[in-house]
Design a protein around this ligand. Structure first.
Ligand SMILES: Cc1ncc(COP(=O)(O)O)c(C=O)c1O
Ligand SMILES: [Zn+2]
Length: 400
């Protein structure tokens, strides 16, 4: 097991103690990265050692904090060969506990919070992170306080309540939820698990990078499509590639990192087009892909760095394209994706058409969540024919 040595600021490089819970860099409020002491096994830890290990993200124990995991079986999701697109793989994160990749980050975060003895946690969320926090907090017997936009998908709301979390619905976007969560956390002594305001969630999300390498037999793909809201999944994978290179598990070649956004909220696409290091707040953000409705990601500069250094790009797709591709993936391949995941299919079609990618390229698309959470969005494609029929459930479990 690796020892969590310290946290390092992504802006100024300041080193911060890992002996107690941390938030942002005390000098410049930069996000912190966990850094490990790999010296005991540097050069000795072979990737073959992973064979036969637990089929969860904890199979990468050496690169995760050395504490007792609060686990629900997250990670090691299937990498499916597309039945429609040649040389394309779909990493199906919908099969995680609570139906999205957010399980990885919140598993790592709750694990660390439990190890530090924290009792009350807060999170602003577009929906899926809230569901994941609620589940892991229930498993860890820690209090969860959740702030979500009031038009969050119904499934996320019901889930959070089912897991016993304290839910506040906010008349606004995730940025408004974040302000409210931060205020309450400061007043009431809660620990704020906002994206990139603490260094633990990214440690769980980075395991997506380890898995894609292992599942492709340590040959990274030519391109990775990632639906980018806060961008933590992309940032986490980028960190994982760096660590794997240090461990001697991969070389220096990197996939083209492709940030996929929604037309109604595309701050990263605009920043790339304008050649800016950071994004500007996207006014009037709207999209059916609730996880992509992040008007100003805190880690935008890290996403943009990964995109630029890898020779990747950022691209926006419309809600109509997302829903079309979601229906297509489900009906042609048996995978029912979240609109965020479906956005990657639409983006793939566009970048193939422009020649940015070639048919011979090996490509991984992240379906970050299950489409089952988005019944309201997909139901627009399949409306019920008789009003009120939903109350009858066919007479099977209720009287006609
Ligand atoms: C299904 C889904 N995909 C993608 C995202 C965006 O994730 P990230 O913050 O890592 O960019 C979210 C965030 O809520 C999500 O729920
Ligand atoms: Zn700093």
């Amino acid at each position: 097991m690796a020892r969590l040595a310290y946290f390092e600021c992504t802006k100024c490089g300041e080193k911060v103690s890992a002996a107690e819970p941390q938030t942002l860099c005390p000098k410049d409020a930069g996000s912190l990265y966990a850094r490990y002491d790999f010296t005991p096994f540097a050069g000795k830890l072979r990737r073959e050692a992973l064979k036969g290990r637990v089929a969860s993200m904890w199979r990468y124990a050496e690169v995760l904090p050395d504490v007792e995991p609060v686990t629900l079986g997250e990670g090691f999701t299937p990498l499916l060969s597309s039945r429609t697109y040649k040389n394309v793989f779909i990493k199906d994160e919908g099969l995680n506990p609570t139906g999205s990749f957010k399980a990885r980050g919140l598993c790592a975060a709750v694990t660390m919070c439990k190890a530090y003895g924290l009792k009350k946690l807060a999170i602003p969320s577009a929906g899926n992170a809230a569901s994941a926090l609620a589940a892991y907090a229930a498993a860890a017997k820690i209090e969860a306080h959740i702030f979500m936009p009031k038009d969050v998908p119904q499934a996320n709301l019901v889930e959070c309540q089912q897991y016993g979390a304290h839910v506040t619905l906010v008349d606004g976007l995730i940025s408004d939820c974040a302000k409210m969560a931060a205020e309450r956390a400061a007043n009431d002594g809660w620990y704020d698990l906002s994206t990139l305001k603490e260094p633990y969630r990214i440690e769980g999300k980075k395991t997506m990078g380890y898995e894609v390498a292992e599942q492709l037999d340590w040959e990274l793909p030519d391109a990775i499509f990632y639906p980018t809201g806060g961008g933590v999944g992309m940032i986490g994978m980028w960190k994982a590639f760096q660590e794997m290179e240090y461990l001697g598990w991969i070389g220096s070649r990197r996939p083209k990192m492709i940030a996929v956004q929604a037309e109604g909220c595309q701050p990263v696409v605009r920043a790339l087009e304008e050649n800016e290091p950071r994004s500007r707040f996207w006014e009037g953000a709207h999209t059916v892909a609730s996880g992509l409705r992040v008007p100003k990601p805190l880690g935008d500069f890290l996403v943009l760095e990964a995109v630029r250094k890898s020779g990747g790009t950022a691209i926006a797709v419309s809600d109509t394209e997302m829903l079309d591709c979601g229906v297509q993936l489900a009906s042609e391949e048996g995978v029912f994706p979240a609109p965020e995941g479906a956005a990657c299919i639409a983006a793939l079609q566009k970048l193939m058409a422009t020649g940015f990618l070639q048919p011979s390229d090996r490509i991984v698309l992240y379906n970050t969540g299950t489409g089952l959470k988005y019944a309201e969005a997909y139901a627009t494609r399949f409306p019920r024919t008789v009003a009120g029929e939903q109350d009858k459930l066919g007479g099977l479990i209720t009287p006609r």
